[in-house]
Design a protein around this ligand. Structure first.
Ligand SMILES: O=C(O)CCC(=O)C(=O)O
Length: 277
């Protein structure tokens, strides 16, 4: 049965732009997701965007929109408890799947994930949009736990997307004059309210699309960090044709200002009988 979140948890998400929910992905789902991740690494879907590692060590596999091609990710994104949790956190009557994404740092992969916020990468406007991020592996500071700047979603700043590293994908980001360059956060860490948590398998970070976040590399020689994230939108989200977003997330089926109502963004809450496999 889906967890009912407390007003305190929802309020913390609204104020801080990030919370941790413990034990929300069941062991059964975790097993299925772990196998699906390994399948995607072996036979990646079309949006693979692996990054070259900094000194040839380790491996950083990235991919997105994988739910469209893999039945396990599909079932999870559409039919797990996440849509009901997203509806509560966004106080939204309706939830659509935006897309899902992998960030797998194999053991001994030095690449950090640069500081950024997500919404500038996405062709949408509105406030009701969030991500769940979890891993079937234990996540520690040493393996690349995510770090967040608490409250940064309320800065209302849109930072210019940049690539996360040299990549096999053609992800060039058009400059948007309304976006700002991300400041050098690591050079002045004490000036920011940086928070991070270690995760056990089953725990998840939930964060707003404007919350600034990043991660260190995976410094452990014996521990993978298979990060999987699922993004959902709520009632107030509209398609936005501004320059800047990731080309693989744009769609010609929409005009500027449209609600997300194409099959690319299925309604997942209220639960739809047609989503059941
Ligand atoms: O897993 C990572 O290193 C980065 C994740 C991230 O940036 C995201 O899910 O938006």
């Amino acid at each position: 049965m889906t967890v009912t979140l407390s007003e305190k948890e929802i309020g913390a998400f609204e104020t801080d732009g990030v919370i941790v929910l413990r034990g929300i992905v069941t062991p059964r789902w975790l097993d299925r997701i772990a196998s699906a991740i390994d399948r995607d690494i072996a036979e990646p879907g079309p949006f693979i965007h692996g990054y070259d590692t900094e000194d040839g060590r380790g491996k950083f596999h990235g991919n997105l929109r994988i739910w469209e091609n893999d039945p396990e990710f599909n079932d999870f994104c559409l039919n797990s408890d996440l849509p009901a949790l997203a509806a509560q956190l966004m106080r939204s009557d309706r939830v659509n799947l935006l897309y899902d994404q992998l960030f797998v740092k194999e053991s001994d992969t030095p690449n950090p994930t640069r500081w950024h916020n997500d919404q500038p990468y996405w062709p949408i406007r509105g406030r009701q949009v969030l991500s769940f991020w979890f891993s079937p592996d234990p996540v520690t500071a040493e393996t690349g736990a995510l770090e967040f700047i608490r409250g940064s979603h309320r800065w209302d700043k849109w930072f210019q997307p940049e690539r996360f590293g040299d990549t096999t994908a053609h992800d060039h980001y058009e400059r948007n004059p309304d976006y700002e360059p991300i400041p050098d956060i690591d050079a002045a860490r004490d000036d920011y309210d940086i928070v991070s948590w270690e995760l056990a398998p089953g725990d998840a970070y939930v964060f707003h699309a404007l919350t600034v976040h990043g991660a260190g590399g995976n410094r452990r020689a014996d521990q993978r960090r298979r990060g999987y994230t699922v993004r959902y939108t709520g009632d107030d989200i509209r398609y936005d044709t501004r320059p800047g977003p990731n080309a693989n997330l744009q769609s010609e089926t929409y005009a500027d200002g449209d609600a997300l109502n194409a099959p690319l963004h299925p309604v997942v809450w209220p639960a739809q009988r047609s989503n059941r496999r």
